[in-house]
Write a protein that binds this ligand. Structure first.
Ligand SMILES: NC(=O)c1ccc[n+]([C@@H]2O[C@H](COP(=O)([O-])OP(=O)(O)OC[C@H]3O[C@@H](n4cnc5c(N)ncnc54)[C@H](OP(=O)(O)O)[C@@H]3O)[C@@H](O)[C@H]2O)c1
Length: 250
């Protein structure tokens, strides 16, 4: 039976770049909501690998177990690794956030990754073949910023989930998180919407502006035997943004 890596958020940004990078040596399942962009990612992948598309809205964590387990049963394949890159940014001060906003973002960033790991580690659903998980978190996970309470707290919860499951599922399954810094992707087009904002942002990053191409090789490392003794770790990949405390920088 063929082995696969499931990549969520594969229709864009970090998930797409990771899919292209990993397709050199792996079979993939691409998840997202936009079928056209998922197909575009598939077309950019290495032709020798088998690339399948599983379209599902991961905010619907209430429907996830039913949908994914029946899809997987139909395909008759095994999934060894999960890269969870699906994410959404809702920048609002607390006074503008509703219960529904929190529920949507926690469904996407916490409940769905938890349920996917549960299913992939199940004997019945995936023959317990799961070995490796990488969550794409954010460098806000251990920090704070105005108007980021829903997004930032959900990424902190994602990393908490990662650490707890790393203990619970060891030694069979390794789980680690990557904490990227700000990059220009579909998610951030509303933030980096002018040259001057981009120029200002660059001044805060010792190594300059990064992109999803800087994240994909780190995912590959965490999925590889080179990181065999690493689990439960947050790996910050942000060009040094969060270690720079130089006064007056900007
Ligand atoms: N860009 C940054 O500055 C930055 C910084 C730190 C961390 N991150 C994290 O990096 C990850 C990837 O973000 P990105 O920058 O690559 O953004 P992106 O280009 O906007 O990609 C987001 C991906 O998430 C998927 N997605 C969003 N909502 C979904 C839903 N309800 N169900 C299923 N899939 C959904 C999108 O798929 P569809 O469009 O097909 O639904 C898309 O493939 C996110 O977890 C984000 O929090 C990004």
């Amino acid at each position: 039976m063929k082995n696969y890596i499931l990549i969520t958020g594969a229709s864009s940004g970090v998930g797409r770049e990771t899919a292209i990078h990993l397709s050199k040596n792996n079979n993939l399942i691409l998840n997202g909501r936009d079928e056209t962009r998922l197909q575009e990612t598939k077309d950019l992948c290495e032709k020798n690998s088998d690339v399948l598309i599983w379209k599902f809205d991961l905010v619907r964590s209430d429907k996830l177990e039913e949908d994914f387990s029946s899809w997987l049963r139909e395909k008759n394949i095994q999934i060894e690794s999960l890269v969870y890159s699906a994410g959404m940014l809702r920048m609002l001060p607390l006074r503008g956030l509703s219960l529904e906003d929190f529920q949507r973002i926690y469904s996407l960033h916490v409940y769905s990754p938890a349920l996917l790991v549960k299913m992939l580690n199940s004997r019945k659903i995936n023959k317990q073949t799961l070995k490796n998980v990488v969550f794409i978190s954010s460098n806000i996970s251990n920090r704070g910023a105005a108007a980021f309470s829903a997004y930032g707290s959900s990424k902190a919860a994602l990393d908490g989930l990662m650490r707890n499951l790393a203990v619970e599922l060891a030694p069979k399954v390794r789980l680690n998180s990557i904490l990227p810094g700000g990059m220009v992707t579909r998610m951030t087009t509303g933030i980096y919407n002018s040259e001057s904002i981009l120029e200002d942002a660059k001044k805060n990053v010792p190594l300059g502006q990064g992109s999803p191409k800087d994240i994909a090789p780190v995912v590959e490392f965490l999925l590889s035997p080179a990181s065999a003794w690493m689990t439960g770790q947050q790996i910050t990949v942000d060009g040094g943004r969060t270690i720079d405390i130089t006064d007056g920088r900007k």
